[in-house]
Design a protein around this ligand. Structure first.
Ligand SMILES: *Cc1c(COP(=O)(O)O)cnc(C)c1O
Length: 380
């Protein structure tokens, strides 16, 4: 099956043996009647498993070219489950330009349990080898990164992690399986905040993991059930419905993202645009190789360069909504320095490029003329 067919049909066999409904029913139940103790049809308690969740987990596994999918109550709950594979003394190597919530989970929770983290630049994958030792158990990669749109070569990182027998996990939230499939490039675990493009309509918070290895899937399933951060059936239904249009939405996100990136690039009041589709992007070649297109996330700085000018700009936007999050059908604008990255000290965030005038756009699927006109009036 090819990708667009998988988004609609992947893993969706025999989803309703009772009535052959085309969409899986929302099994809003906690428990399942047993004919004799232990005699059930595969489901006994909805933390351990639920048919609607099962349909979604199979769909996500299918689009990511993996064998096993697991859904969680949020993206961070999915990351939390991966980190629970580790023990005190284990070490993790992670990208330095990391989603703020992942950074907080690593440094404020797992560090206290004795896990050691190295946050490094991975634009040159060989750099990772300098931090590998016998305690290294996990490499955590995000690409493109948030909000600077750096690109990391997943295949090159996988070559290193495979050589040293280290797990490689890739947060694929920004690109989605439509643009890049980390398992095909050698990663062991692919993670999603399904809250973003997979759900796609800004109405569900959810996370997921996909793996190929049976033993790894069993260890993660054990954690999913034992820790219990599972999504409800209604939310699973909504994300499953979202995935069915992922390919058409992503196609338009990419088209609109490209138009916005090029318009900003030549705008007299913009100083720099961050988007991996530009030929002068430092890792454009890798992006071109490992992604099928460049996505709908675009960051830029204003020429004025001040906090006040950036805040004024985002306040003036009318079609773009000033809000956290990304990946929905509607266009959103964010000001990382005062929103997503506010908890990082100014000096540290400026080191990775998150300056006061940086604005991050999640370009939606509206008519692009309206988006360009909106940016134009706000930049004026
Ligand atoms: C939003 C996000 C997360 C966290 O997901 P939640 O669903 O909000 O818990 C993790 N990684 C990236 C890249 C994200 O954008």
């Amino acid at each position: 099956m090819k990708f667009n067919t998988k988004t609609i049909h992947g893993g969706q066999h025999n989803i309703d043996p009772a009535y052959n409904s085309v969409m899986p029913p929302i099994y809003q139940t906690t428990t399942y009647k047993q004919s004799t103790p232990g005699g059930h049809n595969g489901f006994e308690y909805s933390r351990s498993g639920n048919p609607t969740r099962d349909a979604l987990e199979k769909s996500i596994a299918s689009i990511e070219s993996g064998h096993y999918g697991l859904a969680f109550g949020s993206g961070l709950a999915a990351i939390d489950a991966v980190l629970k594979l580790l023990k005190p003394g284990d070490e993790v190597i992670s990208t330095n330009d990391l989603y703020g919530g992942s950074y907080r989970l690593f440094t404020r929770i797992f560090q206290d349990f004795g896990v050691k983290f190295h946050f490094i630049g991975m634009e040159n994958a060989d750099h990772i080898e300098n931090f590998v030792n016998e305690n290294t158990k996990l490499v955590w990669v995000e690409t493109p990164t948030n909000p600077m749109m750096n690109i990391i070569d997943i295949e090159a990182v996988a070559n290193i992690t495979n050589k040293h027998n280290i797990l490689l996990a890739v947060d694929n939230t920004f690109a989605t399986a439509y643009l890049q499939r980390p398992l095909e490039l050698g990663a062991d675990i692919v993670m999603h905040s399904a809250t973003k493009y997979l759900g796609g309509h800004s109405d569900v918070v959810m996370g997921s993991l996909v793996v190929n290895d049976k033993d790894l899937s069993e260890r993660l399933y054990f954690i999913q059930n034992a820790s219990g951060a599972v999504p409800g059936p209604q939310d699973c239904f909504l994300v499953l419905r979202g995935i069915k249009t992922l390919h058409v939405r992503m196609q338009r996100h990419c088209e609109n993202g490209k138009a916005v990136a090029y318009a900003l690039k030549i705008h007299p009041n913009v100083s720099k645009v961050y988007w991996p589709g530009f030929e002068d992007h430092p890792n454009h070649g890798i992006a071109k190789r490992q992604m099928s297109d460049f996505g709908g996330m675009v960051s830029f700085t204003t020429k004025a360069g001040t906090l006040v000018s950036a805040v004024k700009l985002v306040e003036k936007l009318k079609v773009f909504t000033l809000a956290e999050s990304l990946g929905g059908v509607e266009s959103l604008a964010g000001h990382p320095a005062s929103m997503t990255h506010a908890s990082i000290p100014k000096k540290d965030r400026e080191k990775i490029g998150v300056v006061d005038s940086l604005i991050r756009l999640s370009v939606g699927i509206e008519d692009v003329e309206d988006l360009l006109a909106d940016l134009d009036q706000a930049l004026a």
